[in-house]
Design a protein around this ligand. Sequence first.
Ligand code: GTP
Length: 599
Amino acid sequence: MTELSHIRNFSIVAHIDHGKSTLADRLIQSTGTVADRDMKAQMLDSMDIERERGITIKAQTVRIDYTADNGETYVLNLIDTPGHVDFAYEVSRSMRAVEGSLLVVDSTQGVEAQTLANVYHAIEADHEIVPVLNKIDLPASECDRVAEQIEDVIGIDASEAIRVSAKTGVGIKETLEAIVHKLPAPKGDRAAPLKAMLVDSWYDAYLGVVVLIRVIDGTIKVKDRVRFMQNDTVHLIDRLGVFKPGMLPVDELGPGEIGFFTAQIKEVRDTRVGDTITNERKGTDKPLPGFKPAQPVVFCGLFPVDSSEFEDLRNAIDKLALNDASFSFEMETSAALGFGFRCGFLGLLHLEVIRDRIEREYNIDLITTAPSVVYHVYMKDGTQQDLHNPADMPDLTHVDHVEEPRIKATILVPDEYLGDVLKLCQDRRGVQLDLTYAGSRAMVVYDLPLNEVVFDFYDRLKSVTKGYASFDYAMTGYQEDNLVKMSVLVNDEPVDALSMMVHRDRAEMRGRAMVEKLKDLIPRHMFKIPIQAAIGGKVIARETLSALRKDVTAKCYGGDASRKRKLLDKQKAGKKKMRQFGKVDIPQEAFISALKMDS
Ligand SMILES: Nc1nc2c(ncn2[C@@H]2O[C@H](COP(=O)(O)OP(=O)(O)OP(=O)(O)O)[C@@H](O)[C@H]2O)c(=O)[nH]1
C-alpha cells in the first residue's frame, strides 16, 4: 500500500517509431526495475508478432519504484498504450486509468498524425502532459523547431520540453523527475467502498483470465468477493499483484494503485473493459461511466485453402477470440469457397495481425475475401438491416436506400507530395474539410467513405508519398449514397467471394478494372471463359479469356503413359492453390489482387 502522494500514474503517447517502447525500456532499466541481464529490448511488446512488426498492440503495464532527488521513493505506474489507429479505442480507455502522459515526439521528425490523435485522447482524459523530444543523439535532431511545432499544432506549452535520447540514456533522469514533480498524484478515498476500473483483461494459459485494474476508492485484497457492476457477476479474488514487469503478488491494492487479479474467470468475454468493480456487500452505488465496447468496423471472410482444414481453422479462431473481445466471427458458407468464417475487426491492421497469426501459429493457408465495412440497408417495407457481407445484399428492387460509414481522416505530409495526396483522397470520393500548414508540412483533413479506405489506402498513401505521410482516422457516422452491389461472373457462374459494394458512378470503372485483372490472373483453360462484372442483371464490363489451343499432354509421344501421368501430376500439384468455380480454376492470389485498385 502506497500513500497517494507518492504515486504517479502515466502513459506515453507517441506516433509509431518515435521511440515510445525504447523510452519505456530505459525508464524500467534505469530504475533497476529489471536486472540488466534480464533486460530484453522492448520489454513491453510481449507478442512475437508485435516485436517483428515493431508495433504495440495490447496495452501493458509496469510498476517502477523510483527514488527521486528529494530522497522520497515514488511508485510510478506506466500503462503502455498501442500506437496504431486501429487501436484508438484501447488508447482512449487506458488513458482514463492514469492522470498524466509523456508526449514523445521524435525531434528529427516532428509532430505526426498519430501524435495528434493520441495527444487528443490524453487531453480528453484531462491529463497533465509533459512533452519529451526524443532522439537528440541524431544529427538531424531539431529540438527548437519541433518544440515550436508542438506549441503551434497541439497548443500546449513546450518551452520546458525534456530533451532525451532513449537510446543513449541522456535526459532519462530529468524525465523521471518530471513525472514526479509535474504529474499530479491520484486522488481517492481509502475508507470508501471499493471502486476499481477494469482497464484490460487477457487470457493466460496458466492463470485463466487476468484482469488489470485501477483502484479509485477503497481497497481490494485476496479472498475478497467482488462484483462486476455492468455484468452483475460476483467473483472471488484468488490472486492479486502488480507487474514489475513480471507478476509480483501483493496482499492489497489501495486507491491510486494499478495491478491485476485473477478470479477463476474463464473467458475474456466475461470481463467488460470499463466495468466498475466493487465489494459484493456494501459496495458503491455509483459506478464509473462505462466505456462503449469496441465495435468491429471491417469484415471479411476467412476460408481455408484446403477445405479439410476447416476444423483446424475453427479451433484457431476460437483460441484467438479467447483473448480478443474485439474480434468477432461467425460461420459462413460460400458457394465458391466452401466453409469458412465471416470475421469482424477493428481495422485493417487488426485483420492482418489475426490473419498472420492463423497462418503462422496454426499453419493454415487462408483465402481472405475483400474487406468490407458494415452498410445500413433500408428496405422499402421500412425495415433496416446491417450488411456485413456484400454477397448478402438484398435484391435492389426491395431496397430503398443504403448508408455507408464515413471517417474523418487526418493526413500530415511534406509539401511536395500534397498534390498526390489530394488526388488520392479525391479519387476515393473524399471531401476536403481542412488544409493547414505547419512548417514545411501540410495537414489535410478529409471526410472519406470508410469503404474506400479499408482495402489499400495505406499502401497507396505510402507509395505516393514515399512513406513520408502519416495518417489517422476516426469514424464519424453514416451517410446515404448511391451504392450498389457489383457481382463477378466467371464462365457465367457468380463468384460470391468477389462481390463488392461500389458507388454507382464508379461501378463501371471498378468493374472494368476487375475483369481486366481477372483475365490476367486466371490461367487459360481448354475452353473460352467469359469474365463479367454485373449490377443486378446488367453486365457492366466483360472480357473473354481465350481457350488454350494445345492440349498440355500433346507434346508427349502418343504411347508414353508414365510421362503423361507425370505431367498431369505436376498440373495437379499446381492446382492445390486454386479453387474450382464451376469448371474454372481460380488461383488464390486472384482474390486479393483483383480487389486492389490502381487509382
Ligand atoms: N538514434 C536513436 N534512435 C532511437 C531513439 N529512441 C528510439 N530509437 C529507435 O527508433 C526506432 C523506434 O523506436 P521504438 O521505441 O520501437 O518506437 P515506438 O514509438 O515504441 O514504436 P511503436 O511501438 O511501433 O509504437 C527503433 O529503431 C529505436 O531503436 C533515440 O533516442 N535515438
